[in-house]
Write a protein that binds this ligand. Structure first.
Ligand SMILES: NC(=O)c1ccc[n+]([C@@H]2O[C@H](COP(=O)([O-])OP(=O)(O)OC[C@H]3O[C@@H](n4cnc5c(N)ncnc54)[C@H](OP(=O)(O)O)[C@@H]3O)[C@@H](O)[C@H]2O)c1
Length: 221
């Protein structure tokens, strides 16, 4: 989601874009839009070295939050991203824009958030010029139908549109003043997943909200 949007916005702005994917076919639309496509895999260090030459900036927008086996999060999100930082430095890349996550910290209860924080630290220590993006949950991934509610659905969280995160990423690529900055990117309002489901249902003219508390909060808006 995010990587494609960033690529499209950069192409529109006239930049040369290389889209990196494990499967060339998945990048067919970006190739049609003008991107050069290179195949690489975060679990294959040599392929990362081969993907970087000629790049001025690397924008990392991959993850394997629910990955398994070879593609388990530890290998992709942790080792893979550290290897990408090393490859970028070795290939003379000037700037590295890393997509972390809002709330990344060394003592976060969820390991994915701790991993993101650890990679942030590696990037800062790498000697590369860096920008870190810390977006909230992507609206498009969490607010759609059919809605999947993970957990009780009654905890407010922040949502942001992918296009807005991509805009900030493009700024990070193009603006020298973004170097050395961690940019937290959120939407205007915190909502519970129950509220999101109710809003989606309402906008489609159907659906009920199973949570009385969510109904009250929405009615008060
Ligand atoms: N989604 C959210 O709510 C959210 C919130 C905050 C931060 N973020 C962060 O934002 C970034 C983008 O998230 P997204 O939701 O846009 O991701 P996405 O749509 O799920 O895309 C993830 C991409 O990661 C690539 N990838 C996975 N494993 C790989 C590997 N081993 N080697 C190379 N590429 C690999 C995949 O590329 P191919 O399949 O083409 O190889 C895929 O296109 C991630 O860093 C994520 O942690 C996401």
């Amino acid at each position: 989601m995010l990587g494609s949007d960033i690529a499209r916005q950069l192409l529109k702005a006239g930049d040369r874009v290389v889209a990196i994917t494990r499967d060339r076919a998945r990048a067919a639309a970006l190739a049609s839009a003008g991107a050069e496509v290179r195949v690489a895999d975060l679990t294959d260090t040599a392929s990362l070295r081969a993907a970087c030459p000629g790049a001025d900036v690397v924008v990392a927008a991959a993850h394997a939050l629910l990955g398994r086996g070879r593609y388990r999060s530890e290998r992709v999100d942790d080792e893979g991203h550290r290897a990408l930082i090393d490859a970028a430095r070795a290939e003379g890349v000037r700037r590295f824009v890393y997509t972390s996550v809002l709330g990344a910290s060394p003592d976060h209860p969820v390991d994915f958030w701790r991993t993101k924080h650890g990679v942030e630290q590696s990037l800062k220590a790498s000697g590369l010029s860096w920008t870190i993006l810390r977006p909230a949950a992507f609206m498009e991934r969490h607010a759609h139908e059919p809605a999947t509610i993970l957990g009780r659905g009654d905890r407010p969280m922040n949502f942001v549109a992918v296009r807005d995160v991509a805009r900030v990423a493009v700024h990070a690529v193009r603006e020298p003043s973004a170097a050395g900055r961690t940019l937290e990117i959120g939407g205007p309002e915190n909502l519970t997943q129950d509220e999101v489901a109710a809003l989606c249902g309402r906008s489609h003219g159907y659906g009920t909200c199973r949570s009385a508390r969510a109904r009250e909060r929405l009615a008060a808006r």
